[in-house]
Design a protein around this ligand. Structure first.
Ligand code: MRU
Length: 324
């Protein structure tokens, strides 16, 4: 289930825009192709774009490209997920800028993400009670990471422990990462799930049909505010209202210590067309306008726990995060 991998000096990746109907694998030696794939969401999910950008810089060295130009292009692909910048900075801080050193570091980033996912899964599953129905949003699964997942990793582990009855998957408009990708992953893992429209979550909670909400993160500020796929904030507020645990699962590579609060997180705004169409078919009248923020910020006060590889953080996050 790896979304990106290195093979014979090529970077291979699953084109996630084509899932679930077609499993299309691309391979390239051109970092610009990787940058475009990140921009257009063929490769997506915070940790996965970090890993891909590390390998993209490795490709740039392999092809004797201008490294600073490659950094500039990769940094401009998506603004919100801090993992992208974290991975690029980590690669660029290597004392030796040669192909072997870069390949080794990119592999380290990928391997460490695998390890972090497993630790997060074990810790996160300990928060899930037996007979749970878990609601998740977007895709924080294997496709968004090094292959196992953060939120979906927690769900996988809790399922293995016999704690999960069913997963409710928000379809996640406009690009349907839930209905297309999370559903595909859960199906592969033979974990029972049903897709709900994004606007069903509140009523499902009111009916008592949600035991916990588990989501990933694109960037976590020093005070515990979390940027994640648009719609996450309303889920957190609803969970709070209905007294349902709202759990964020993310590796420390998604923490941004340089910013005090979520107000400082740059939020990506994408093309209007993504909202004005559905599955490639136009649904709005010609001339219609749309607003398309790809992420929102959930204030820390609505979060029950942030699970990272080093522990389970509970409010007040400011104190807990400061000792990490
Ligand atoms: O726009 P996307 O599909 O890249 O958004 C992805 C998310 O919002 C995920 O929840 C987040 O990156 C965490 S992935 C482990």
């Amino acid at each position: 289930m790896k979304p990106v991998w290195w093979e014979d000096n090529y970077l291979c990746f699953i084109d996630q825009r084509r899932l679930p109907l077609n499993l299309v694998i691309e391979k390239t030696r051109d970092y610009r192709v990787v940058a475009e794939a990140i921009k257009e969401l063929a490769i997506r999910g915070a940790p996965a774009i970090g890993i891909a950008s590390a390998y993209a810089l490795t490709l740039a060295l392999l092809q004797n490209e201008d490294l600073d130009e490659a950094v500039k292009i990769l940094r401009s692909t998506r603004p919100t997920a801090v993992n992208l910048f974290w991975a690029i900075d980590r690669m660029m801080s290597l004392p030796v800028k040669d192909f072997e050193a870069f390949l080794e570091e990119a592999r380290n980033i990928e391997r460490e993400d695998e390890e972090m996912n497993l630790d997060i899964a074990i810790l996160g599953a300990s928060l899930i009670p037996y007979n749970s129905v878990i609601l998740t949003h977007c895709n924080a699964g294997g496709l968004a990471t090094s292959g196992y997942g953060t939120a979906v990793g927690v769900i996988r582990k809790a399922w293995e422990e016999g704690k999960v009855i069913e997963v409710l998957v928000d379809e996640t408009r406009p690009l349907l990462q839930g209905a297309r990708l999370t559903a595909w992953e859960l199906q592969e893992a033979v974990i029972p799930y049903r897709i709900i429209t994004d606007n069903s979550a509140g009523f499902m909670m009111e009916l008592g049909r949600v035991s916990a909400v588990v989501v990933g993160a694109d960037r976590i500020a020093s005070n515990g505010d979390v940027a994640n796929k648009i719609g996450t904030c309303s889920l957190a507020m609803l969970s709070n209202r209905f007294d349902i645990p709202f759990i964020v699962a993310a590796p420390t590579s998604s923490f941004d210590w340089s910013i005090k609060s979520g107000k400082d997180i740059p939020i990506e705004e994408r093309k209007e067309e993504e909202v004005l169409s559905f599955g490639g078919a136009r649904i709005a009248p010609l001339g219609a306008k749309a607003v398309n923020f790809a992420f929102d910020v959930t204030p820390a006060e609505f979060i029950t726990a942030i699970v990272c590889e080093v522990g389970i953080l509970k409010p007040p996050f400011f104190t807990e995060l400061s000792i990490l």
